[in-house]
Design a protein around this ligand. Sequence first.
Ligand code: 5GP
Ligand code: MN
Length: 339
Amino acid sequence: MNRNDISAIKALLSTPKNIVIVCHKNPDGDAIGSTLGLYHYLKKHNHNAQVITPNDYPGFLKWVPGEDTILKYDSQTEVSNKTIKDADIIFTLDFNAFHRTGQMQPALEASKAIKILIDHHQEPDDYAAYTYSDVSMSSTCEMVYHFIDMLDDADNIDVSIATCLYLGIMTDTGSFRFPSTTSTTHRIVAELIDKGARNAEVHNNVYDTNSYNRLQLLGCALTNLKVLPELRTAYITLTQNELRKFDYKKGDTEGVVNYALSLENIIFAAIFIEDKQEGIIKISLRSKGGFSVNEFSRAHFNGGGHNNAAGGRSETPLDATVEKFLSILPQYKDALNHE
Ligand code: 5GP
Ligand code: MN
């Protein structure tokens, strides 16, 4: 995003507009934090702003300031379509291609609104009038902070904006531990606390509100953990029956794959989750160091993401999907052992 883009966006935002802000399907902390952070900012400037998510999000995000104003496209389709149709500007946050918005894709493609993309995933599509893409960024929330700063408006960040942006930086950096966490990230986080973000409260709301069933499901996942020491890989499976047994709720499996990656000498971790409703196996991949799970997922599992965290999917049954994974892995033996 260059100086001309910023001037153009400043001019665009100088009078009240109808603005829609969207994120990817199955929103995470960064998706909700960045869209709502921007929402509060735009409301402050008298815009008619509306966040629309493709679908619902986990309970541990149902405390975020402004969360109750969000429209969910899959259950509020009519009003969402009308809002998208009336939009002058659409901000697309935390995703790189329209297909990541699921059912919302056609409405976004049909819209004549000016699109502004802010995102840190690899290989963004070329649909936006203004693209702010930076794969080195810890989170889209960090980018929304920079975006507001580029508009010379960081002084206007209030407690709601600060809380939302803190949330997404925290979740996407694994609480400030992933390599994408820079000294600038920490400076921004410090600034957000100064603006009123209650850091301990945000951590507590997201990480310390587990249900008993969720912990039991984690126990089941850890029991299913398999380790391939010679490939420095570990993986977890969860069947639909196991999810049902522990009364699975959206978000319950979030972060489970990281336990596999926490094993000594393991640099590649995967979780395969059976989703009978969608008829797919949802895959999450994580790595440490230079082994790119983004490339691995793009090559084999119809997904993508970042070098060290990516998602994917498979349309074959769970057993067959795991078999495919195990049959591909030996090709990567050298790469996995040179990390
Ligand atoms: P998760 O495993 O938590 O679903 O996703 C890990 C990261 O990869 C997140 O940043 C997520 O947005 C991204 N991601 C997940 N699935 C896909 C996908 O199909 N394509 C792309 N480009 N990114 C994905
Ligand atoms: Mn993100």
